[in-house]
Design a protein around this ligand. Structure first.
Ligand code: RB5
Length: 150
């Protein structure tokens, strides 16, 4: 499994800390940048990370911008992506368990480095529960596909 990682200038230090943390834990990570702390447009990075999941190169993604909001909005425009903004480790676990989120977004300006590592660990350690949650995820995907009937 390969984890896709990306950030804008609002999450540069966090992205690097998460990269180091995941690699120390033995995960394979692909870093989609940014590679120096310069101002960039977060949709560009969100698209790169999410397209790598869409095309099967990577399986999960982690995005960091200032609030996590821009990254999560952009990511959720990409077919097949379920991205959750995670302000806590509890939310990070729940979004894997219930929503089978394949991408999480963090707010670098509102999350400590320690909390960011805890959030990532919690997300990686959690498992999708299926069952009634599978039905709901299927409904989300049907909304995306334009085939959902309420
Ligand atoms: C960049 O200044 C900031 O807008 C971005 O990192 C993010 O917070 C957007 O949602």
């Amino acid at each position: 499994m390969i984890i896709a990682l990306g950030c804008d200038h609002g999450g540069f230090e966090h992205k690097n800390a998460i990269l180091k943390h995941l690699e120390e834990k033995g995960f394979t990570v692909k870093d989609f940048g940014i590679y120096e702390n310069v101002s960039v447009d977060y949709p560009d990075i969100a698209a790169k990370v999410c397209e790598s999941i869409q095309n099967g190169e990577c399986q999960l993604g982690i995005l960091v911008c200032g609030t996590g909001i821009g990254m999560s909005i952009a990511a959720n425009k990409i077919k097949g992506i379920r991205c959750a903004l995670c302000p806590s480790k509890e939310i990070a676990a729940l979004t894997k368990q219930h929503n089978n989120a394949n991408v999480i977004a963090l707010g670098g300006r509102f999350t400590s480095f320690e909390d960011a590592k805890d959030i990532v660990d919690s997300y990686m350690n959690a498992t999708f529960e299926g069952g009634r949650h599978q039905r709901r995820v299927d409904q989300i995907m049907a909304i995306e596909a334009g085939t959902f009937e309420a």
